[in-house]
Write a protein that binds this ligand. Structure first.
Ligand code: ATP
Ligand code: MG
Length: 360
C-alpha cells in the first residue's frame, strides 16, 4: 500500500507552469486519504480561470499513475489567492484581488476590455465586481445594458448585478441627477473613495476597476487609498507608436504598483471575407512595450464591428456570441490575466512571510 508521504513526494514533481513552484509546497493538495487501493485528495487550483488548469490536473494524474494507483478519486476545486495586503486594508477586507485597467490615452478600449474581462472571469465561476472609476464619462452600465438604480440598505449602496458581476458606476446616478460631468478633481476623488467604502461589494475574488484615461486624479487616489494587486495596461498599435502607454507605465512604476501586463486592443483587422489578419497600424507594438519595460504581454484583441456593436447595444460579445473568435480572444486574455494575478499574489504572500520572519 502506498503512504501519504509517497503520494506527496510524487506530487512534488508537478509544478505550476506559471508560478514555477511545486503544487505541494504551494498548498494546493488537500484532504489526502488512502483506503486500501483507493486514493482520494483535492487539488485546489489558484484560480478557476488559470490557463494551465487542465495541464496541472493531467500532470497530477500522470504522477499518481507512476505509483501504480488505479483508483483515484480526484476532486478539483479553485480558491483564488489573495493578492493584496488585506490585513492592512480595513476598507475591502473581503476582496482578494483588485485589478485596475489603465491606459495612456482615451478611447483605446479600457472599458471594453474591463467589461469583457469581468464577464469572462465570472463565467469561470469566480466572484467578480467591476467599479467604473470614470466619473466624467461612465460607460460601464451602457456596455452591460444595466439601467437600474442602486438601492441603499443599512447605509450601504447595493451594486446592481448582471451575469453574476456586481457593478458600480456614476452612470447609475447621473440619470437621476442629470449632472453629468460637472465635478472637479477633489470631488471626483471623493466619489471614487465612496465607491470603495460605501458599496456593499461583499466577497470578491476579483474587483476590476475601469480607470479613466491618462495619469490624473482617479488612478492616484485609487493607488493611495487601497492596496491594488496590479494594473493591466490597455494599448493600441497607434498608442504604442505615440509613446503614450509608456507614460502610464512610468507612473505606476513610480507608485510601486505591479503591472500585470499589457493588452493590445484593436491590434489588427480581422477580414470578414477572407479571415486574414490585417495589421493596419503595424505589428508587435504591445510586445515591444512589454519587452522594453519587462512586463508580460497578455495578448491581442482584433478590431471588429462585432465588438463595438456589442458594447453599443449593451450586450457584450461574450454574452451574445460566446463561441466567436472575438469572445475566445477575451477568454484567453482573462485566463492569462488571472494566471498573472496568481503569480503576483504569491510573490506578495512570500514577501509578507519574509516580513513576518524578520519581525519575529
Ligand atoms: N476591439 C475593438 N473593435 C472594435 N471596436 C472597439 C474595440 N475596442 C473598443 N472598441 C470601441 O471603441 C470605442 C472606445 O472603446 P472604450 O469605450 O472601451 O475605450 P476607453 O479606453 O474606455 O475610452 P475612454 O478613455 O473614453 O474611457 C467604443 O465605441 C468601443 O465599442
Ligand atoms: Mg472607458
Amino acid at each position: 500500500m502506498v503512504t501519504v508521504d509517497q503520494v506527496l513526494t510524487a506530487l512534488k514533481n508537478v509544478k505550476d507552469p506559471e508560478i514555477h513552484k511545486d503544487i505541494v509546497s504551494m498548498g494546493m493538495i488537500k484532504d489526502v486519504s488512502i483506503n486500501e487501493d483507493k486514493l482520494a485528495f483535492t487539488l485546489e487550483l489558484t484560480t478557476p480561470a488559470c490557463p494551465f488548469n487542465s495541464e496541472i490536473e493531467q500532470d497530477v494524474r500522470n504522477s499518481i499513475s507512476t505509483l501504480g494507483i488505479k483508483d483515484l478519486d480526484l476532486k478539483v476545486t479553485a480558491r483564488v489567492m489573495e493578492g493584496r495586503s488585506i490585513s492592512m486594508d480595513q476598507l475591502l477586507p473581503n476582496v482578494k484581488n483588485i485589478l485596475a485597467v489603465a491606459s495612456g490615452k482615451g478611447g483605446v478600449g479600457k472599458t471594453t476590455v474591463s467589461v469583457n474581462l469581468a464577464l469572462a472571469l465570472a463565467k469561470t465561476g469566480a466572484k467578480v465586481g467591476i467599479l467604473d472609476a470614470d466619473i466624467y464619462g461612465p460607460s460601464v452600465p451602457l456596455m452591460l445594458g444595466l439601467k437600474q438604480s442602486p438601492e441603499v440598505i443599512d447605509n450601504k449602496i447595493q451594486p446592481p448585478i448582471t451575469e453574476n458581476v456586481k457593478v458600480m458606476s456614476m452612470g447609475f446616478f447621473y440619470e437621476q441627477s442629470q449632472q453629468a460631468g460637472i465635478y472637479r478633481g477633489p470631488i471626483i476623488s471623493g466619489i471614487v473613495k465612496q465607491f470603495i467604502t460605501d458599496v456593499n461589494w461583499g466577497e470578491l475574488d476579483y474587483l476590476i476597476i475601469d480607470l479613466p484615461p491618462g495619469t490624473g486624479d482617479a488612478p492616484l487616489t485609487m493607488a493611495q487609498t487601497i492596496p491594488i494587486t496590479g494594473i493591466l495596461i490597455v494599448t493600441t498599435p497607434q498608442d504604442v507608436a505615440m509613446n503614450v502607454a509608456v507614460k502610464s507605465i512610468g507612473m505606476f512604476n513610480k507608485l510601486n504598483i505591479p503591472i500585470i501586463g499589457v493588452v493590445e486592443n484593436m491590434s489588427y483587422l480581422s477580414c470578414p471575407n477572407c479571415n486574414e489578419k490585417i495589421n493596419i497600424f503595424g505589428k508587435g507594438g504591445g510586445q515591444k512595450i512589454s519587452e522594453q519595460f519587462k512586463v508580460p504581454f497578455i495578448g491581442e484583441i482584433p478590431l471588429t464591428p462585432q465588438i463595438m456593436q456589442g458594447s453599443d447595444e449593451g450586450k457584450s460579445i461574450i454574452i451574445s456570441d460566446p463561441n466567436s473568435e472575438y469572445s475566445q480572444a477575451f477568454y484567453r486574455i482573462s485566463k492569462i490575466t488571472a494566471g498573472r494575478i496568481s503569480v503576483v499574489a504569491l510573490e506578495l504572500q512570500d514577501q509578507e512571510e519574509e516580513k513576518e520572519k524578520i519581525l519575529q
